[in-house]
Write a protein that binds this ligand. Structure first.
Ligand SMILES: N[C@@H](CCC(=O)N[C@@H](CS)C(=O)NCC(=O)O)C(=O)O
Length: 234
């Protein structure tokens, strides 16, 4: 590797969260496209990096890391940025919400986007699942909107932290990628989160990341399908 990090990405996939964190940290990285249309995430080479066949993977000098939350946590510890440091009084608070987003919100989105993987081929079962998960997702986002109003230094503050990037991407995806028939969940439902992502999309580092994936002028407040220079989101 010419640079310390290599991000295996597909446009507008969970790798975007890692890209935004690397940009904000000003860490040099190279990218390798995972060609979703060609199912490259199921290739033997990719499975050797992530046996779960999911995007992203970050190759580091300490080896390949998968799982978005794990990569974010590792990066914040390596570089002492974008989160309260280990030992900081707010570390526990930060960790519980990071894990809430990665363990609860993110799987809820996956059930909205890939109901067949969770409910099987029956369209009635899929529809019941997506209806339920839409409600769950809205409740999770309401909790995060409440959190954004509590003046934490590590979420929705003046300068972005990793949790901001994770939640901003989740808000974007729920507007674009649920299965047909699932009513849209618009960011305007959560005014504090909407204000946070409006601030984010004007940050220079964030713009560099979103421009690299062709995500358009207002990727979080008025999301539209991407026009990436390479690859596809699905
Ligand atoms: N738990 C994983 C989820 C990542 C994930 O859902 N990635 C999606 C792209 S955004 C993916 O790889 N989907 C392909 C599939 O499910 O087969 C993480 O946090 O990294």
């Amino acid at each position: 590797m010419d640079k310390p990090y290599r991000l295996h990405y597909a446009p507008d996939n969970a790798s975007l969260i890692i890209r935004l964190a690397l940009e904000e940290m000003q860490q040099p990285y190279e990218t390798v496209l995972v060609d979703r249309a060609a199912r490259a995430h199921h290739s033997p080479a990719y499975l050797a990096l992530n046996p779960n066949g999911l995007v992203p993977v970050l190759e580091t000098p300490q080896g390949a890391i998968f799982e978005t939350g794990a990569i974010l946590l590792w990066l914040t510890e390596q570089h002492g940025q974008l989160a309260p440091a280990p030992g900081h009084a707010e570390r526990g608070d930060f960790l519980k919400w990071l894990f809430f987003v990665s363990n609860t919100l993110h799987p809820a989105l996956r059930m909205l986007f890939y109901p067949d993987a969770y409910a099987g081929a029956d369209p009635v079962a899929q529809s019941a699942l997506t209806t339920h998960m839409r409600g769950e997702t809205a409740r999770h986002l309401q909790k995060l909107d409440d959190l954004a109003g509590q003046g934490r230094s590590w979420f929705s503050a003046d300068s972005p932290c990793v949790l901001d990037f994770y939640v901003a991407c989740a808000l974007r995806w729920i507007a674009l990628y649920p299965q047909k028939g699932v009513a849209q969940l618009a960011v305007s439902n959560w005014p504090r989160l909407e204000a946070m992502v409006a601030r984010l999309e004007t940050c220079a580092a964030v713009r560099a990341g979103i421009d690299a994936e062709g995500l358009g002028p207002r990727p979080f407040t008025a999301p539209d399908y991407p026009n990436p220079p390479e690859g596809s989101p699905i």
